[in-house]
Design a protein around this ligand. Structure first.
Ligand code: SF4
Length: 136
């Protein structure tokens, strides 16, 4: 079972607003109602979003599409403006952001600006996953 980090838990809870909590209640209720009725019911909007700051990486792990340079999509960096526009649309309902899919997030030169924008300007809890640190 996953260990819960108490500090992270308090940090996440400190970002909750009535609107975010109500959205989470709607999502949870629609999930259970869908299971119970065996019909798809969807209330609320997603409580979290995962951003991929970059598809690039400076390592070559053999199990990873980024490491193998095997993406079917182009290697590139998430645009800061696109990130801000998306956050502006979603932040009122979001509980948290995840900054990772594949690739090393810190290779995006705008990465820390994006984290700062989400945490300081929009008061969203951010989870950052990184595989490694960039070569300097
Ligand atoms: S993104 Fe992570 S898993 Fe993939 S090559 Fe880079 S360090 Fe390895």
């Amino acid at each position: 079972m996953a260990k819960i980090n108490r500090r992270d838990g308090f940090n996440l809870l400190s970002k909750l607003t009535f609107r975010r909590t109500w959205n989470g209640v709607k999502v949870l209720a629609s999930y259970h109602l869908s299971r119970w009725t065996k019909k798809p019911i969807q209330w609320g909007v997603p409580i979290s979003v995962s951003f991929e700051p970059t598809t690039s990486c400076n390592l070559r792990c053999p199990e990873c599409p980024s490491g193998l340079r095997a993406f079917t999509r182009p290697t590139g960096m998430l645009e800061k403006d696109f990130f801000r526009e998306t956050i502006n649309e979603l932040y009122k309902d979001l509980w948290y952001l995840v900054f990772y899919f594949q690739g090393e997030p810190y290779l995006n030169p705008s990465f820390l600006d994006m984290v700062q924008y989400a945490t300081k300007k929009k008061d969203i809890y951010c989870h950052i996953h990184q595989c490694t640190l960039p070569d300097r």
